[in-house]
Design a protein around this ligand. Sequence first.
Ligand code: ADP
Length: 401
Amino acid sequence: MTSQAARVLVLNSGSSSVKYQLLDMRDGTRLAAGLVERVGESASRLTHTPADGGERSRTGRIADHDAALRAVAEELARDGVGLDSPALAAIGHRVVHGGPVFTAPTVIDDDVLAEIERLVPLAPLHNPANITGIRTARALRPDLPQVAVFDTAFHTTMPEHAARYAIDVATADAHRIRRYGFHGTSHAYVSRRAAELLGRAPEDVNLIVLHLGNGASASAVAGGRCVDTSMGLTPLEGLVMGTRSGDVDPAVVFHLERVAGMGTDEIDHLLNKKSGLTGLCGDNDMREIRRRVDAGDPSAELAFGIYVHRLKKYIGAYYAVLGRVDAVVFTAGVGENAAPVREAAVAGLDALGLVVDPELNAVRSREPRLVSPAHARVAVAVVPTDEEMEIARQTFALVDA
Ligand code: ADP
């Protein structure tokens, strides 16, 4: 590999969308970013932001992922950073489910692609779209290394007692039922940046990382390795999310089947799309919920209360799992921006060494920062996540070796 080839194109292919970023790994600059939405529909839209800003967009039918990637390639070429450039070192693909197989980023060949396909039953909504993106990118640049970076990989260090459900072992093994966890790329990035913020080596710190976006997950990270996480077989388990319930008694499902006469798909839809903050109060955006709380709206207050109560339970649980905690770290849309969530999640936990400084907590910034007072026994931090940068970093580390 020539030393000039230091650009990585990161692709996140969803069922009807493609998100992308082109990053220069020599200095971490973002050369372009964008999104193709409503792929396959008549009103598809491509929004492209070059390095110097000046967003461009175009609408009109983009028939499939192949057409989407070709449109992206045209936009990049207009900026002089096209896919045929010798400066492009690799394409890094976000892949949601790596199952028990993929514990690290992996250069994609036919065998790897076949293995990702075998994992489709574990992630029927996500892996097929990721695979389409990989196939399309390989067809466009067959000579270029393509790397899969898995959402589950960071969590494969979980010990068996954290990864296993207490169900019949033979049944669990036959159907690959265990806790995989997701958002791993974000938890990995944020853990590393949090250690930097504390001025310590990742191996020396124990962290509770709270990724609170539309989806939300907590993880317990001991010396840079994940030892527990709140999402499980699927991203449904754990914290209250925008539209997902998080933890419920599994018997709720049987009850809905037997008593409410609901079918499996209907219950799946209820728990994944019509629950969480949306189910509780009709809104999934924390900004709107806070506006309603401030206006005295009781259903928004209850939704906020349930959201924060669940967070607090996971902080307590992971504190016990880790034994010693150096920092609780908030990230993603809600974690980075919603000061009231951070304040309420650690309220009353002074005995555990957890305190938030109201002034520091009110600061708005894109930089990693502490929101706990200087004397606090356990730091409370905000570390903005950057999953694309982490995918590019892991991809480049593999191909530049
Ligand atoms: P995704 O999981 O889709 O990547 P993000 O991490 O971007 O989500 O988080 C999106 C969520 O972040 C929004 O739904 C909203 O609840 C929350 N959010 C974004 N900005 C703010 C803000 N200024 N204050 C409170 N919440 C915010």
